[in-house]
Design a protein around this ligand. Structure first.
Ligand code: NI
Length: 256
């Protein structure tokens, strides 16, 4: 089935996994129904690459920030160093930023410090944030409640209750390939309670390819499987859901 108006709010086309055919993949997205892509940086160098991609492709926008995994390499990834990059025209968000207590690649204190710094930065810049929260729900909620930034919690892995709290704060919920996985009880409960005007579609490509392509290298066209699953549990038309999510993305990231 062919859909149109697909907006992928979370991608990493700068990833090495696209080194062989990056331009071929990106050039084919539009003819496959993709109208917009946010490419998220994770450190200084991938943020620079995200900006490059946004300058090369009209439908690509950049989010720049320091991911919790990279926060430990403070020297090269000090948020101060990315500050100057926000003057670039197609930088639409601070991200991805957040907390990851699953891998704990960076000490939690540093993760918290970087997350907080970048939330404050987003508010100074009046830009939304793209939040990564893995097994750090409590600390994530505490900071979001303290500052009430605009933005999205991507690849949302919390409970339906937490999703409602996020929505109450005025933020969006990003759902991706995980909703199609066999063990996807929680994300599907979340999918059922998020209001239509707060839902965003995403891939996190090259990772998180949805079933039936799980394990393959993901790209934005695969969002259709996620959209079909979400439409099924929300009892709506797939194209209608894709359109609604596209409208939401344009609203949040202030796009034409
Ligand atoms: Ni990501």
């Amino acid at each position: 089935m062919m859909y149109s108006g697909i907006f992928d709010t979370h991608s990493h086309y700068d990833d090495d996994k696209f080194n062989e055919d990056r331009s071929a993949v990106l050039s084919s997205l539009k003819e496959n129904g993709v109208c917009g892509v946010i490419n998220c940086g994770c450190d200084l160098s991938s943020s620079l690459k995200a900006i490059e991609l946004s300058e090369e492709y009209d439908f690509v926008y950049a989010a720049i920030g320091i991911h919790p995994h990279e926060a430990a390499k403070a020297e090269e990834n000090d948020p101060e160093k990315i500050k100057r990059l926000f003057s670039k025209e197609k930088v639409v968000a601070v991200g991805e930023i957040g907390l990851d207590y699953h891998y704990d690649f960076s000490p939690r204190g540093v993760q918290l410090e970087y997350f907080e710094k970048q939330i404050i930065l987003s508010m100074e810049l009046n830009l939304p944030i793209i939040v990564h929260d893995r097994e750090a729900h409590e600390d994530t909620m505490a900071l979001l409640k303290k500052y009430r930034p605009k933005g999205v919690v991507h690849c949302f892995s919390g409970s339906a209750e937490m999703a409602k709290e996020i929505v109450k704060l005025g933020m969006y919920i990003g759902l991706g390939g995980a909703v199609t996985f066999k063990n996807a009880r929680k994300p599907l409960e979340v999918a059922m309670v998020v209001p239509g005007d707060r839902l965003l579609l995403e891939t996190d490509c090259p990772y998180m390819a949805p079933v039936p392509l799980r394990g393959k290298r993901c790209d934005s066209t695969m969002i259709t499987y996620t959209a079909e699953k979400l439409a099924e549990v929300r009892s709506c038309q797939v194209q209608q859901l894709i359109d609604e999510c596209c409208t939401n993305a344009k609203e949040l990231f202030k796009l034409p």
